[in-house]
Design a protein around this ligand. Sequence first.
Ligand code: FUB
Length: 350
Amino acid sequence: MNHFISRSLLMVLLLSCSFNTAIAQSAKRTPISQPLISSIYTADPSAHVFNGKIYIYNSHDINADIPENDNGDHFAMRDYHVLSMDSIGGKVTDNGVALDTKDIAWAGRQLWAPDAAYKNGTYYLYFPLKDKQDIFRIGVASSKNPIGPFKAEPTPIEGSYSIDPCVFKDKDGSYYLYFGGIWGGQLQRWNNGIYDSTTQLRKPGELAVLPKIAKLSADMKSFAEEVKEVLIVDEKGKPFYEASNDKRFFEGPWMHMYKGKYYFSYSTGDTHNICYAIGNNPYGPFTYKGIILKPVDGWTNHESIVEIKGKWYIFYHDVQLSGKTHLRNVKVTELKYRKDGSIIPIDAYK
Ligand code: FUB
C-alpha cells in the first residue's frame, strides 16, 4: 500500500514537473505581437480596408463548456463582432454584435470563420454555419455599414458547403468565393456536390482533399458557376497526397495578389502551418512555395494578408490570453517579400 502511495506521489511529482516544464517552455516563447483586443475572444481574422479604415471580420470565440474533439464541437460560436481601427497600432474598436445566429432563419449551430466584401454601396458578410441537419453551409448577409448589423439571406448560398469562405475581387472586378476545411469543416464528406456523412478522412496514400472556388453572381448572393476544385501542386507539378500533411490544404483559404501573381494561402491544420502557393489566375493551379507563418500557440492557425498604406500585413490568431484552443485572440504583424516574390516565413514568437 505504502509502495503504491509513494509510486503515485512520484507519478504526480513527475507529471507536475513535465507540466511545469511545458509551461516554462511555452513561457519562453515571447510573442512578437499582442492581442488586438482583450475584452472578447476573437479568431480567424479576415481584414479589409474599406474607405481608408481597417475592418476585421473574425470569429467571436466563447466558452460553451463543450469538450474538445476532432469535429471542433468546442468552437461553439454564436455571433460576430466586427473590429475596426484607423491604422495598424491604433486604437481597436469592438463594434458590437454584427450578426447573431438567432437572426439567421436556417441556423443550426457554430458560426465559424467569416469574410466580407464591398460592392456598389453594400457590404456582404459570408459566413459558415451548420444548418438544422448539422451540415456546414455558407450564408451571406448584407448591410449598408461595414460594421453591420447585417441581414442574413433566408437560405444558405445554393451549392455551398463546408467552411471558411474567402471573397476575392479580381482585377477585372469579378468576385470569387474560395471555401473549404477538412475534419470538422466536413469538406472530405463532399463528392460531386453530394454529402455523405459516412465518408472517412483520406488515408496517407490517397490524394489530399482540395479547396473549392466559385465565381459569385452580380448580386453577390449566389454562385454564377459550378463549384470547382483549386489544385495545389508541388514544385514538380504533382498534387499533394494526404501524407504531405505539412503542406496540403486543411482550411483557412485566403487569396491576395502581389506583383501580378495570385497568392493562395491556407492552413495545414493538423500540422499548424500557414503555407502559400502561387498561380497565374484565380482558379490556379497554384504551385506550393513554402511556409508563411509557423505554428502558433493553440491548435488552429488562420490568416488574412492585406496591403495597408504600402506595407503588407498578416492577421492571425493565437491563444495568448486564455491558453485554451477555443478561446483565441487576433493579432497582426508585418509580412515581407523577398525580391523574387517569395515570402519571408514568420515565427510569431522570439
Ligand atoms: O474558428 C473555427 C475554425 O477554426 C475555423 O473555421 C477554422 O479556420 C479554424 O480556425
